[in-house]
Design a protein around this ligand. Structure first.
Ligand SMILES: NC(=O)c1ccc[n+]([C@@H]2O[C@H](COP(=O)([O-])OP(=O)(O)OC[C@H]3O[C@@H](n4cnc5c(N)ncnc54)[C@H](OP(=O)(O)O)[C@@H]3O)[C@@H](O)[C@H]2O)c1
Length: 279
């Protein structure tokens, strides 16, 4: 029997499954088989992006599954932030995925060279036309979200790096105050949490894996988690995070971890965007 995954309500009354499958660096046959295996196990939420170059494979993998039960998320890259470019990027993504609509469409990275109001107006048009059910942000800082909120009150999520070694305390507090749930990417820090003593101790206490402790801490913070997994063992393990809880003391212990690891360096990305991708 496929697992039942609880949902988080996004602004605009769209329900997003709290656990999704991340697909960055999943390509070709490996991508198609991981996505298919995940759907058979009960995942419905798949996270992709035009930049991941795997939307055709995902489109093939979801064929035969009931579209209405799926939750497909994609992201537009930074060189598609002008109004018409975003509309065209979305059409291309829909074609590659073989679907009429996305459940959620995100701005992958802020682009300081295009007014956010222009991009959000294109998002709103896509929503009005039924091509996306909701839209949101990724990698936005507090001042950048403030700016986005001046144009739209319909921002559904901010997808950012978050895990026990990069806790995003201030951003989480701010997003909570604006009712914008965070989607946590790299939620197990690509395995870096497995060496942390606090995580290992709590994992042993619960008879769970360090990956499960990391994901559970994020869920109990109210975030949505999108671990990437390609093996059936990992896919199954990451589903086993719903029928038990960390105590308030354990959450506090993880909140107090001093080690800090940031995997995605925004400086590097901003430079790449500014240097190579902006038109
Ligand atoms: N918006 C953005 O800018 C952005 C940036 C980065 C990532 N993302 C999204 O977030 C997703 C997840 O982030 P990520 O891929 O960077 O890192 P991650 O999910 O923290 O880590 C993925 C790695 O952990 C392994 N793994 C998964 N479950 C495991 C388990 N239970 N036990 C042990 N190892 C396990 C995977 O191995 P196997 O593959 O071998 O199973 C893979 O090597 C991405 O795929 C992407 O969709 C978004």
């Amino acid at each position: 029997m496929p697992a039942k995954i609880p949902s988080v309500r996004l602004p605009g009354n769209v329900q997003i499954p709290a656990l999704g499958l991340g697909t960055w660096l999943l390509n070709g046959e490996k991508c198609a088989s991981a996505v298919k295996a995940s759907l058979e196990l009960g995942y419905t939420h798949i996270d992709t992006a035009e930049m991941y170059n795997n939307q055709v494979e995902i489109g093939n993998a979801i064929e035969g599954f009931d579209r209405k039960r799926l939750f497909l998320v994609s992201k537009a890259w930074s060189n598609h932030m002008h109004f018409n470019d975003l509309i065209n990027a979305c059409e291309k993504t829909l074609g590659e995925l073989g679907t009429d609509y996305l459940d959620l469409y995100l701005i992958h990275w802020p682009n300081p060279k295009v007014p956010i109001a222009e991009t959000l107006k294109a998002m709103q048009q896509l929503k009005n036309e039924g091509k996306i059910r909701a839209f949101g942000l990724s990698n936005f800082t507090i001042p950048e979200i403030e700016q986005a909120l001046q144009t739209s009150k319909e921002i559904a999520t901010n997808q950012v790096e978050m895990h026990p070694l990069f806790r995003q305390g201030k951003l989480l507090e701010y997003c909570n105050s604006k009712n914008i749930p965070i989607t946590a990417y790299s939620p197990i820090a690509r395995g870096k949490v497995f060496q942390n003593k606090t995580i290992l101790k709590i994992a042993e206490r619960h008879g769970k894996s360090p990956a499960q402790i990391s994901l559970k801490w994020l869920l109990q913070k109210g975030t949505i988690v999108i671990p990437k997994a390609s093996s059936k063992e990992h896919l199954e393990q990451n589903l086993g995070i719903f029928s038990w809880k960390l105590t308030a003391e354990e959450i506090q212990e993880i909140d107090s971890i001093r080690e800090e690891v940031r995997l995605v360096n925004p400086g590097k990305y901003v430079r790449r965007i500014a240097g190579f991708f902006l038109t």
